[in-house]
Design a protein around this ligand. Structure first.
Ligand code: AHR
Length: 514
């Protein structure tokens, strides 16, 4: 049995979680749109073709903002193909995923879906094969009230009122050679700056995210952010980050340490952004949009393999099946995001349905929750408020995280990984939510949490997510194999919360004013 202690104080806050921290992502990729959120003819679909069973699970999951339409897809997307009379929309080859895009779902359908789900839309513009002109036209189409070519076209298409889309991504992963027309930092910085300028001239109320490097393991990382922000500092509010955790090495301890590398990544990007501000003697602070994060490694495929399969419509690709240990690493990432609430102001779980997703569907059949559904839903429901600083006393272990890039084997040391990873979020009613990850694979942890200046608290909810088999999964036939169960080993006594955490477990405790 290990012992760990946590000390926190209601007055020492990191920052308030922005509602946009609980976002997700819908890309035209595989069965995310077609057969995922949109499936006309499905028994639960409404008159617009939106699957009702998926909408129900999305409401339970609780994403607040949804990024669309890509991803790699957006770097070749002509948004005009996805609006207007359906029968006139072109079928096109998508070079991001080597599929055929029918374009029967586009920007307006997406905005309608977001309304049905009560989610804010976030749009990405194509800065790969296109640039500022197409981007500014899209802003005019979406956000201008009327009386111009593009805004009247929207009205003619049946959407009289402007969509009022606030959050825009200036392209996607533009330093990635897999991207259509990827760019150097100088090329991208200039294109992004000009696109941003024009987009904002059309609608001064929008917020813009410049592309950061597509990963911390990219050779471009660091210098890319620095130069891109040098160009876009005055024009963007956010810089983006992407991370997909993996367990290629079949090293669970290393895998569970990997969220600590996310912490480092966030802090490094903050340092670079603030360095750019310092060079300008500027008080402006660029915020972070972690607009792709998840676990993903089993279903990554080489372009050459995809090409061999021809040009299918909505094939079942990237359908990663998540197991128990994935949910633990995912929970660690949840804690990393919460604990940087002062600078990470938006984040998108990539993705939402079927494609590396918390929700799975069968085309024509049911929908169910993957293991990673749970930590996300809990974060969105209980993570609203002030994230508190925590002083954690926990034994540590030494890990190494294998994160290959292309043919290069890269190992990142995580020399002092605390077995216990924690986040604490105070709500406005005097309550507190605790998110606890026990990374010890064999030992329980007795955790004592000093909450002395909270007044009298009572436990209103306590659950643990664990399974004897770290490879256990949820399937259509066994959808609840990995799901949270009530935790009895938790108590509050005066100013101390005590919890006994099982080995390799994710625990969430909600305390309310007694
Ligand atoms: O989310 C899957 C893909 O991962 C996205 O299209 C791309 O941006 C990233 O490389």
């Amino acid at each position: 049995m290990r012992k760990a202690s946590v000390m926190l104080d209601r007055d020492f806050a990191i920052g308030r979680t922005d509602p946009r921290l609980f976002g997700a992502f819908v890309e035209h990729l595989g069965r995310c749109v077609y057969g995922g959120i949109y499936e006309p003819g499905h028994p639960t679909a409404d008159e617009k073709g939106f699957r009702g069973d998926v909408l129900e699970l999305v409401r339970e999951l609780g994403p607040t903002i949804m990024r669309y339409p890509g991803g790699n897809f957006v770097s070749g997307y002509n948004w005009e193909d996805g609006v207007g009379p359906m029968e006139q929309r072109p079928r096109k080859l998508d070079l991001a995923w080597f599929t055929t895009e029918p374009n029967t779902f586009g920007t307006n359908e997406f905005v309608d879906w977001c309304k049905a789900a009560n989610i804010e839309p976030m749009l990405a513009v194509n800065l790969g094969t296109r640039a500022g002109d197409a981007a500014r036209n899209l802003v005019e189409y979406c956000n201008h009230p009327g009386g111009t070519y593009w805004s009247d076209l929207r009205r003619q298409h049946g959407w009289e009122q402007p969509h009022g889309i606030k959050f825009w991504c200036l392209g996607n992963e533009m330093d990635g050679p897999w991207q259509m027309e990827y760019k150097t930092a100088t090329q991208y910085g200039l294109v992004a700056k000009e696109a941003a300028k024009m987009m904002r001239w059309i609608d001064p109320t929008i917020e813009l995210a410049a592309c950061g490097s597509s990963g911390r393991n990219m050779p471009t990382f660091g210098r890319w952010e620095d130069e891109v922000l040098e160009h876009t500092f005055e024009h963007a509010e956010y810089i983006s980050l992407h991370t997909y955790l993996n367990n290629y090495a079949e090293d669970t301890a290393g895998f569970l340490a990997s969220p600590d590398i996310m912490d480092m990544f966030i802090e490094e990007v903050v340092a670079i952004a603030d360095g750019v501000a310092a060079r300008r003697r500027s008080p402006k602070r660029i915020m972070l949009s972690f607009d792709e994060w998840n676990v993903w490694y089993r279903t990554r495929r080489k372009r050459a393999d995809r090409v061999k399969e021809g040009w299918p419509v909505a094939p079942p690709i990237l359908e990663e099946i998540y197991n128990m240990e994935d949910a633990l690493a995912f929970g660690g990432a949840v804690i990393s995001l919460l604990n940087h609430a002062d600078r990470v102001k938006a984040a998108c779980l990539a993705q939402l349905v079927n494609v590396i997703a918390p929700i799975m569907t069968e085309t024509g059949g049911p929908a169910w929750r993957q293991t990673i559904f749970w930590p996300f839903a809990q974060m969105s429901r209980l993570g609203r408020g002030e994230v508190l600083r925590t002083r954690v006393e926990s034994e540590t272990y030494s890990a190494s995280y294998y994160d290959p890039r292309g043919t290069q084997d890269l190992y990142f040391p995580v020399p002092e990984t605390p077995y216990l990873k924690v986040s604490a979020v105070a709500d406005d009613a005097g309550g507190l939510a605790l998110f606890l990850l026990n990374r010890d694979l064999s030992q329980e942890a007795d955790v004592t949490i000093d909450v002395r200046n909270f007044g009298r608290l009572k436990v209103t909810e306590a659950t643990e997510l664990r399974h004897d088999d770290l490879k256990a999964i949820n399937t259509k036939d066994r959808p609840n194999q990995v799901s949270p169960v009530d935790l009895r080993d938790v108590s509050v006594d005066g100013g101390t919360v005590k919890a006994r955490l099982k080995p390799a477990s994710w625990t969430v405790v909600k305390l309310s004013a007694a």
